[in-house]
Design a protein around this ligand. Sequence first.
Ligand SMILES: [Zn+2]
Length: 164
Amino acid sequence: MIGRNSKGNRPTNLHRPARHSPRDPAPSADRFDARTRSRVMASVKGSRNRSTEARFRAELVRQGIRGWRLNDASVIGKPDVSFPDRRVVVFLDGCFWHGCMVCGGLRPVANAAFWARKIAANKKRDSEVSRALRADGWLVIRFWGHQIKSDLLACIDRLEAQLG
Ligand SMILES: [Zn+2]
């Protein structure tokens, strides 16, 4: 586990509501509903090679952040994580498939035109989905895979700031 103390240079968020403070003790697993618990258990089981999504949701659980759903098909774009009560959605965009410019150098050289078309189509769909969600009153947060990998806690902080 990465300790929060390792992030000593991060400015303190004075506006963070106390109930979302990650410094509060996390609720015990028994307080989660059965579906969430089984997801948590599944992610723990596969912890050796966790996906970005699994790492993100495990951190939500660890910090005691509540009220989220995974891949809710009733929400536009089926976001990775949605907070229906707060009208906040989170997309965890894989750097390759969603065309991250920071990680753009990782694109394969073979079939470059094919991948460029495919990624361009994904990017177009991402922006259409974001626009439709905003029009429907949702706040849209998108994280790149490399952000989750390099500083998951900063991503969670950003989410918490938006959850209010
Ligand atoms: Zn990236």
